[in-house]
Design a protein around this ligand. Sequence first.
Ligand code: GDP
Ligand code: ZN
Length: 362
Amino acid sequence: MKVDSLAQLGWSDDWARAFEPVAGPSVVPGRVVLEHNHVYRVLTADGERLAETSGRLKHHAASRRELPVVGDWVSVGQDDSGARIQIRAVLPRRTSFSRKAAGRETEEQVVAANIDVVFIVFGLDGPVKPKSIDRYLVVARASGATPVVVLNKADLCGSLAAELDVAVTAAGRVPVLAVSTMAPPGVLPLETHLGFGRTAALIGPSGAGKSSVINALLGHELLATGAVRDWDARGRHTSVHRQLVVRPSGGVFIDTPGMRELALWDTDAVTDTFEDLQALATGCRFRDCRHEREPGCAVKAAVEAGHVDASRVESYSKLRVEQDLVERKRAERALIDAKRQQGRAGAKTMREFHRDRDRRDS
Ligand code: GDP
Ligand code: ZN
């Protein structure tokens, strides 16, 4: 992938200022377009470079969240021997999507950075669920990106006005757009939120049509960007898929596996939403109380006393069940990925692992 100028990637005067403190004679700015096994593909004004993090950066990073992720603006330069390209510094992020790292309770894992607009995609093949909109809005707001609610599959909806009404009420001031990848008006309504140098990402439940929307937005330009994604006759991937893609006509798209898995339970903002219930739950007799029929349940007592809304407890319980499921799946997948990696020499991105998982599941 090549760009005409860094501005096409989102570089601006603000970023130039942020770069000044880390600038040096043989150091250039670039944006991370792919991360795989701690090797980064960085797009610079001169083209793509494969880079590793410098020992210094690794050493000085107080936590994992200070290491580069897709979407980051970084400074790259050659190492002392001149043999390798290194990422020297990560410029301060404007926005970031993060989740708790698998198996590490307290460590935050940033999954993508510097996203300007996040499309929260739902499918109109079912009714709009206000609670679901709430949940994703919490995630989006925690990131700092501007959220837009997208109701896809409008072609399947017989009561569009009514569904829009429900969504608009739930979304408050956040714009709500109805689109379809199969029928007019297509995905055109999304274009007003895209533009030269603006970075977008899509989140939302699996099956809502995120891949279809991205493909529709990129169109045949996908080929022009070099991000050829194809399956050979035996269903194997045949190329590396960048997790950040630049559209020649304007707009930068980020789609990392981490982004796709994002859900409420991954962010502190979500936990904050149920902080009161969590505090109450410490008063339950059993540590693993599900607040259903257990004796000595402080949460149930609070509901009965009218201090807490029963439907909130229900959402909270559902979230915890989903959270357990996600954690289990994640652990399972990590194991599968590790095994595959041992057995396969070819370059395969996390994105592709993720795709494989999706296919197995469907
Ligand atoms: P993702 O999991 O969110 O990436 O969803 P996909 O893009 O894989 O789409 C899930 C399914 O919905 C696929 O079978 C798509 O063909 C279908 N789909 C996507 N967009 C539309 C749409 O606008 N209308 C209809 N009828 N189907 C759609
Ligand atoms: Zn309880």
